[in-house]
Design a protein around this ligand. Structure first.
Ligand SMILES: Nc1ncnc2c1ncn2[C@@H]1O[C@H](COP(=O)(O)OP(=O)(O)OP(=O)(O)O)[C@@H](O)[C@H]1O
Ligand SMILES: [Mg+2]
Length: 343
């Protein structure tokens, strides 16, 4: 096994709200290895964004509070290094792609100048001419046509999809080691989504950055991810390589997710929502937070009383599940049948 580029350990984050303390992220632990794409999936509110934004110093504190944990990057804890250093790492070695490109682009500056500036901020002595040249190459790489001309346009002159491409160009400008993409295609219509997936792939090929891809879209995960982290109610409930997660999930929530979300890879017409709602993060259910929605937990006292730890499933630590009864799930072949048989 190569050394991970990023190791998240026991990350726990809370928010103080008027209604009480929201435990957004609890004991989140995973590694990101060089060159891989790690998908993070889970329903809205499961803590996907907060878990990555915290390590980038992008969660406002207060109301947020870092309760504990580590985010080791090249042996240093991102949660503890000075703000200024973190700002340097962000946008350089660790770059981000967001759902809304206007989070990264400034409406009053030319697109090309913004990318050039990102280049020059992280590379001492890069001349204006060289920065412009490199920017045009980047815009071409992400598929912005007439890149030379479009260099001088403003964000409002770009369509949504083109803006998304420009943001990706900016993110990869400094050849990042780690690329974090939070819902990069969610706001786009379907045809544009497919194009952006291609652009993401090109960006990864170019930089070979280890990538964290946060998304609701399991089709996107199937296309781009090597491994998958499944989150529920602020915790990691399953982790494994993409084939394992899709073909033999070992957590009832993952099975539910497979059936409830659109999957372009299956081209399936029916969707089966997970019954019930995600729990309150202020007073989550005792035991396994998923038990009130889990048919598999019926009649099983332990699900209601004991928080299931994330544990190695099968041999080794390649596949982890936080279900007390993960082994039985396999024995009954419930998961495979539910997850993969389009009726
Ligand atoms: N600034 C904040 N103040 C209070 N609560 C917050 C804040 N930011 C996030 N939360 C809460 O933290 C929890 C996790 O939020 P997060 O944004 O990480 O979810 P998510 O999985 O990214 O959801 P989505 O798929 O909708 O983006 C949610 O319950 C959310 O309401
Ligand atoms: Mg989010």
């Amino acid at each position: 096994m190569p050394e991970p580029v990023l190791s998240i350990r026991d990350l726990t984050v809370e928010f103080k709200t008027e209604d009480g303390v929201v435990r957004a992220v609890t004991d989140v632990t995973y590694d990101l290895f060089p060159g891989e794409t790690l998908g993070i999936v889970g329903e809205s509110g499961s803590g996907k964004s907060v878990s990555v934004m915290t390590m980038l110093g992008l969660v406002p504190m207060p109301p947020g509070k870092l309760v504990g944990g580590e985010a080791l990057y090249k042996g240093r804890d991102l949660l503890k290094i000075p703000k200024k250093e973190l700002r340097n790492i962000r946008g350089g070695e660790v770059a981000m792609i967001f759902q809304d490109p206007m989070t990264s682009l400034n409406p009053v500056f030319k697109i090309g100048d913004q990318i050039s500036e990102a280049l020059q901020t992280h590379r001492d002595g890069l001349s204006d001419g060289d920065a412009r040249k490199k920017t045009i190459e980047l815009l071409e790489l992400v598929g912005v046509p007439y890149a030379e001309r479009r260099y001088d346009q403003y964000p409002h002159e770009f369509s949504g999809g083109m803006r998304q491409r420009a943001m990706i160009a900016m993110a990869i400008a400094n050849d990042p080691t780690v690329l974090i993409a939070d819902e990069p295609t969610t706001a786009l219509d379907v045809t544009i989504q497919a194009q952006i997936i291609e652009v993401m792939r090109a960006a990864q090929d170019e930089t070979n950055a280890a990538t964290i891809l946060i998304t609701h879209d399991l089709g996107l995960v199937a296309e781009l991810a090597d491994r998958v982290v499944v989150m529920y109610a602020g915790r990691v409930v399953e982790l494994g390589d993409v084939h394992t997660i899709f073909n033999s999930p070992r957590h009832p929530y993952t099975v539910g997710l497979m059936n409830s979300l659109a999957r372009v890879d299956l081209d399936r017409e029916w969707l089966e929502p997970i019954p019930g709602q995600p729990p309150s993060m202020i007073s989550p259910p005792p035991g396994c937070a998923f038990h009130p929605r889990c048919a598999f937990s019926r009649g099983r006292e332990r699900c209601r009383t004991e928080i299931p730890p994330l544990r190695g499933f099968g041999d080794g630590l390649a596949h982890l599940s936080a279900c007390h009864f993960a082994e039985e799930l396999e024995a009954q072949h419930v998961t495979a049948a539910l997850a993969l048989e389009p009726s």
